[in-house]
Each structure stands twice: as structure tokens, then as C-alpha cells.
Design a protein around this ligand. Sequence first.
Ligand code: DGJ
Length: 717
Amino acid sequence: MKEKQFHLQTEKSSYVMMVNAKGVLCHLYYGERLNTVTIGSTQIDRETNLDNLPVECAVFGTGDYRIPTVEVELENGSMVNELRYKSYQIMEGKPKISGLPSTYAEEGDDVSTLVITLEDEHAGFEADLIYSVFPSYNVITRRIRYRNIGTNSQTIQLHRALSFSIDFEQDNYELLQLSGAWAREKTVYRRVLVPGIQEIDSKRGISSAVQNPFLALLGEHASEDAGEVYGFNLVYSGNFVGSVEVDSNHRTRVAMGINPFQFGWEIGMSQEFETPEAVLVYSNKGLGEMSRTYHKFYRERLCRGTYQFKERPILINNWEATYFQFTEEKLLEIAAAGKELGMELFVLDDGWFGHRDLDDSSLGDWTTDYRKLPNGLASLANKVEELGMKFGLWFEPEMVSIDSKLYEAHPDWCIHVPERAPQSTMHQRNQLILDLSRQDVCEYIIRSVSSVLASSKISYVKWDMNRSMTDCGSITLDAKNQREFSHRYVLGLYYILETITSSFPDVLFESCCSGGGRFDPGMLYYMPQTWTSDDTDAVERIKIQYGTSLVYPPVTMGCHVSACPNHQVGRMTSLKMRGDVAMCGNFGYELDATKFTQEEKKQVEAQITFYKEIRHIVQFGELYRLQSPYDREGNEAAYCYVTEDKAEAVVFWYQILARPASRLTRLKLEGLNPMLKYQIVGTGVTAYGDELMKLGLERFVENGDFRSEHYVLKAIE
Ligand code: DGJ
């Protein structure tokens, strides 16, 4: 710190703040790395109108009319807030956030944390602005801890408690967001900022398929490979908001955190409130570099556990093969057929418990349905293991069906508000959500799931969640605390996940929320992979996986080949293309493998052999997006994955529809070592990285609809 300045540095970025003459903590700079900062800002120092200041934590009631970061109500009803610099502290490493997922530093990491404390002396309220700096990852994380120091009020009410806000000097940015719907997750939208508030949010109790808790500001002309990009991603799985406000001075405020909509939190004397952290990435080489920064950081400093750095098994899931109608015999036939082709894990999806023949019963009763599995679950798991495969199982632990023993015993355990029957007119997917703000409910889930996991050889769990919240409230909360419910639910979920995943460290957990409805860094902290989308159509998946890859690493993206006509959109695509699309992430199959023709069997076997050869590149290499499915009328896409040492690469290219008079078929690769000579395996062609990146790789493609190609490159000298 130089005088009243704070300068955070990563290898490629700088983040600078200053305290002005009035004691307001102001934002000075975030962008390309500065060696030193010797100039401050006289304007900022002298400015007395808060509305004109770029602040680091914004409050309302004292002159700043933009979106506040925090809103505090005192016992006397006052909502006038004012925050001034009090003190700072620097510590080595990165402290954990109690009860919340977060990125972490390993011992020996060059990571430090700056805590700047701001205070509202009158209110007896403090905010710790917490910045952790990961220099070699080029990441800065931010969060805020709010505290009642009890000088003027017994309790204070938080109406808004965001994780951070940051004020940029200009407004000439585009906003990028990942929005969509069930089965159409993470479509990339870009829009030019305009004066006023532009916002993404979720009120669904989950981060949601509709908006992902990620947004980016793109500088002028920013593209995949060039230009300034600022990424903001919230490590949270519940209701969130991401706001961008352009003010009358052409400045831009970005703020993110728990959604203030129907939120409230009471802080008693000397108590604190922790907010989820946000991960900030700056790139001056476009979106591609931003994504690679997130990918590496999340693989290495967000995901945890036995599978963090392990190649993930190729699975076959029975959902689209049988839905709820299966017998033990049928499951074993599918598993055996999969094993014969090289698959490694058989996953039994929904319908194995209670008496669940449709989606209208048994959630909450995690006991085997002996009508379908007469020899029990343990016996099925053993038989799958005897085939030489691992066995995996589906759960939806956060739910209860009205037609269930659990609901009969504990009708009050579902989310509902006093004196109103839960969702009396409509039950989304015929099910209710358990009240995870209650300790007894959390303990039931931990007990029931753990006892199944301990009873059989289960190596993998698919943790599903299939509806948005309604009837938000808990009968265990006082009237004045009902607004705490949605966040308390998320805290309960995180407690359950921490307990179960640490009790079963060798189980591979995959999170799912009707596909990608809760694909966020919060869930990735507990479960290192997520089912990307219920849409398994290869064409739709190109866009879904492209959008997902903007932030989330390919190894975290579950991607499966399914049968045609596709169950979601009815489209027929080639098996080759379905395989090539699914190989761009964590590969598997979701179909009845007993139904393959001889020709299909050969193709599938070859796909599996191929994926085993390249999975270390896709899962742990660096991703370069060569062609976007959003450009050129959305007809083509291409990716290149390169190992960190640049010795190996794999390229995927897709064409959706054939076009007459099509363009030159060269594909300019990226990420290779220009000086290394590469062999394009199986083609007899060799070329230098330099040539492949500038002149391009010639594609050997016949025209036709739904085409795809893949190429493997190996450095030879
Ligand atoms: C939704 C998931 O996304 C599907 O893959 C499947 O597991 C179903 N739920 C089962 O109900």
C-alpha cells in the first residue's frame, strides 16, 4: 500500500483502490498489469458527491443513487447507510468461508488475502471487503463479510448483501450473459450497454438454466482472441443477481451476489453475515483466454477430491434407454453390451426405489424397489462389478413425493409457509421440495443417502434436482426471519453435500438439475462434474457446450451420445457427429446399447478407443475455440484442445448443414507451439505449429449434413 492506495497484482492484471480525503474506499483501476502505481486521482480525492465516485462498496441514503452493494436497516427503522475506511489487514493464503463453497489455496501457493474494513460508525455496522489474489492463475476473488458491532442497535436487518461491486470509468462495454431454458442452457447473448440497469437474476431457489451466475464486460471490439474482457462468476447455487448499471456520468457499476428479491437477514449483536465469493478474471486477449483462466483455476483450485485430477470413466446411463420401465435383467444386458464396447461405468438412473413407475411417487423413500430389482441393489451392483464395470446410482435427495412414506410420516418437512398448503394448485413435476433450512431434514437426507451408499458397491452418484422453488418459507422460522429462507436452504444443501462427499471420498459425484439448471461453481466445489443439459441432440449440444465452456472446464461437462431420432428434438444426426460432439467434454452414452447394429457397434467401439486415447487432452488440456456456432449463420463450430506442454492436440470440427459453394476448408489451429513439428495422426501429413496456426489445417471432408471430423496432432520434433 502506498499512502492510501491498495494495489493487487496478478501476473497479468492489476486492481487498484484508494481511500479519498473523505475516507471513501474508491476504485481506481482494473486491467492490464501495472508495475507500480505512483499516480492517484485528485478528482477522486476531492470529490464530495458520492454519486460521482467510483466506490468499492456502495450504500444508499448518503448521495449515491446507483445500485447499492448493501442495504442495512437499524432497529429504529433508519435505512441511511454510510461506509468509511477503517483499517486493513493482509494475510498469507486464503481463509475458508464458513458454510459456503469457495476456491482455495494449497499450502505453498503464492496467494494472499487483503481485508479492508469499512465502517458505519453511526449504525455500528462494518463490512470486511475480502480480496484474495492468485498471481499465477491471474484470478482475484472478492467477497464481503457484514458485521454488527452493536454500538447503536441490538439487531440490524440486511435487505441486500451483495458479494462485491466495482465501478468502471467508462460505459463503452458489451455485456455477455449465458441465458436459456431447460434443455437450452447457456446460450451466449451479447448486448451493448445502455444507460440504466441491465440485470440477470434467479428467483427459482437454484442458480437456474434461465440465467447462469456469470457475466462478462467486453471492451470495444473484444472477440474470442483479442480485446479486453472482464469475467465475473459467483460461487453460489441459489437465488442470485448480476447487475450492470450505466449512470449519468457514463460510468458502469457491476454488482453481484445473493438476490435481494425477498431476501433479508437479521444480524444480532457481534454477529456476522458471510456472502458467497465471486471469481474475477481479466483478459486482454479476448474470451478464449478468459475461459482458459477459469478452466485451469476451477480444475485446480475449486474442484476437489479423488477425481479432481483423474481421468473420468466413460459411462452408460439407462435413462433414455428405459426411463422408469426396467428389470434387473434389462439393466444387466445394457451394462454388458456397454462393457463389450469398452464403457467403464454403468449408471442406474431414476426409478430404482419405492414404487416409482412414473415421476409421481416415492421421492424421499430411498429403499430398493424389489419389484424391479428382486435381488436388491447390492446384488445388481456386484453383478455390474463382475462385468468389469463400476456401478453408479441416481438420487434426487432434496425432494419428496406426496405419494411416499416420507411425506406420510413428515408432511411438514416440505417447503411451505404457515397456513397455506404447499403449491395447492400445481406441483412442478409432481413433487415437493424438502425444507433444507431445517437441521432434522438435512440429517435425514444425510442418513438415508449414506446408508444406500454404504450398502452397495456404488462408485458414482448422480445428484439430481428437478424443480424450481415455490412456497418459499419455513415453518421453523419466525415471521420476521422468513426472508432468510432461500439462503438457509442453500446453506443446508452445502452442509449435506460437504458431509456426504467427505464421508464417501472415493465416490465420483455428478450434479444435475434437469440438466444444467444448477451448473455453477458452488456445486462444482462438491461435485467435480455436472450433467450439462437434458438436450442430447448433437446440433443443440454444440451451442449448449460452447456457452458452458465460456466459464466451466470441459472435464466438468457431462456429454452423452443418445439414440436417434433424438428424444428432445426428434432430429436424426449421424452417430459420428453425436460421438464427436460428446467427446468435447466428459464422454458417455445414454441409450440402449443392446440395440446397436453390427456397424454401429464397430463405430461405438472405435469412438470409445479414440476417446480413451485423447481424454487426457480434452479433460486436462487447454481449450481453444476455433469457430463459434454463433458465427457464419451458426452452421459450423470447431475446437482445439492442447496439452499444457503443447506436445499433443485434438481438433473437432462440425458442419450442421451442407452448403453449395462452401468456403475453403482450412481450419486455423491455435495453442500449438509454433516451432514444433506435428504429425496429424493417420493422415501421413506433418506440419509445423506455425503453419497449422497461420496457414491452417486442411480438412479432408466430404460434403453432407451433420458432418464432423476429428484430428489428433502429436509433436514429433
Ligand atoms: C432429469 C435429469 O436431467 C435426467 O438426466 C434424468 O436423470 C431425469 N431427471 C430422471 O428423472
